[in-house]
Design a protein around this ligand. Structure first.
Ligand code: SAM
Ligand code: SF4
Length: 321
């Protein structure tokens, strides 16, 4: 079992299989052109899988594939099947923008994928275009429809931003509720790569907007999920991710692996250790030691909202959020 220095059990590994993305979301990617990590620096699926086996043997029970946009990486279903075949009971999920999901959802499900999280920040095509930098909504919604049709569980992530999509919160919630999908509102996390003018909506502002239309009760936290949950009168539950809140990190059970093999103990901080060299030379013990060291050095909390400034240098498109 992997236990950090604050007695938190770390059993959740998020793997960013590529930092590349077909969107340029204003809260995630730089506006200016920038250079990607060269393809030769990426770990192959076989190399990533070598590390995943170690992580599972050490106690990891949940794996999320993310990015950048994970569906940009070819043969993703083959990678999912490798993980599934090693441990069919693993909770295997993916976070995607869903643009390329139509046509591949069935293959991903057959390979062993259980759940997906899809980012939907608006249902207005022009607002989606403003956020993502291109006309994306039609494909995204078609991807969601297909995922539901093949029986994948779908959860929606929305990042509410003042003056951009704050007016779309109720519409997105209703879209999710009608389809039996849960929704999590993610407070915008300030970072050096996002568009400078963005102002995210904090939880009280979001609750005020929802409170004008709905009655709901505060359910607090549930297990190791980072969401603060609320239940509406009809039983529908929504979550809010509040990284600026003091107790946000208390149940954190996750570490992150980038496509280059950097293992990251906390989304906020720059610190990371590489497993790439150990994996490439087949040094299983060495990679396991890096894993244990990263878990040991996991910080107690992030610094969003802290005294030393709130913005992180981490690129969400690199870590996978
Ligand atoms: N491309 C996929 C997608 O968009 O779902 C997966 C990667 S994306 C980095 C993962 C999640 O991070 C998305 O739900 C996105 O909304 C969220 N995210 C990215 N930048 C963020 C920020 N600055 N604050 C809050 N959430 C952010
Ligand atoms: Fe791409 Fe996801 Fe970042 Fe948007 S949030 S730019 S879809 S990685």
């Amino acid at each position: 079992m992997l236990i950090d220095s604050y007695d938190r059990v770390v059993d959740y590994l998020r793997i960013s299989v590529t930092e590349r993305c077909n969107f340029r979301c204003n809260y995630c990617m730089p506006e200016k052109p920038f250079s990607w990590v060269p393809k030769e620096n990426l770990l192959s699926f076989e190399e990533l899988f070598e590390f995943i086996k170690i992580a599972i043997d050490e106690g990891v029970k949940k794996i999320r594939i993310t990015g950048g946009e994970p569906l940009l990486r070819e043969d993703l279903d083959r990678f999912i099947k490798m993980i599934y075949d090693y441990k069919p009971s693993i909770d295997l999920a993916m976070t995607t923008n869903a643009f390329l999901l139509k046509g591949v959802a069935q293959r991903l499900k057959d390979a062993g994928l259980k759940r997906i999280n899809v980012s939907i920040d608006t249902l207005k095509p022009e607002v989606a275009q403003e956020i993502a930098g291109k006309n994306v909504l039609k494909n995204v919604l078609a991807g969601v429809d297909e995922a539901l049709a093949v029986g994948l569980k779908v959860k929606v992530n929305m990042v509410p931003m003042k003056t951009v999509n704050a007016g779309d919160i109720v519409e997105v919630l209703e879209y999710c509720r009608e389809r039996g999908m849960s929704i999590r509102f993610i407070e915008y996390m300030e970072n050096a790569h996002a568009k400078a003018e963005i102002k995210g909506l904090k939880s009280p502002e979001l609750l005020a907007i929802l409170g004008e239309k709905y009655k709901f009760s505060d359910d607090g936290f549930d297990g190791s999920s980072p969401s603060h949950y609320y239940t509406m009168d009809d039983g529908y539950r929504f979550g809010i991710i509040e990284p600026y809140e003091d107790d946000f990190c208390k149940q954190c059970n996750r570490i992150r692996l980038t496509a280059e093999g950097k293992l990251i103990p906390c989304l906020y901080f720059d610190e990371a250790m590489s497993i790439a060299e150990a994996i490439k030379r087949g040094d299983i013990k060495g990679a396991a030691l890096v894993l244990k060291e990263v878990v040991r050095t996991k910080p107690e909390k992030n610094r969003w909202g802290g005294e030393d400034g709130e913005s992180s240098n981490r690129a969400f498109y690199e870590t996978g959020g």
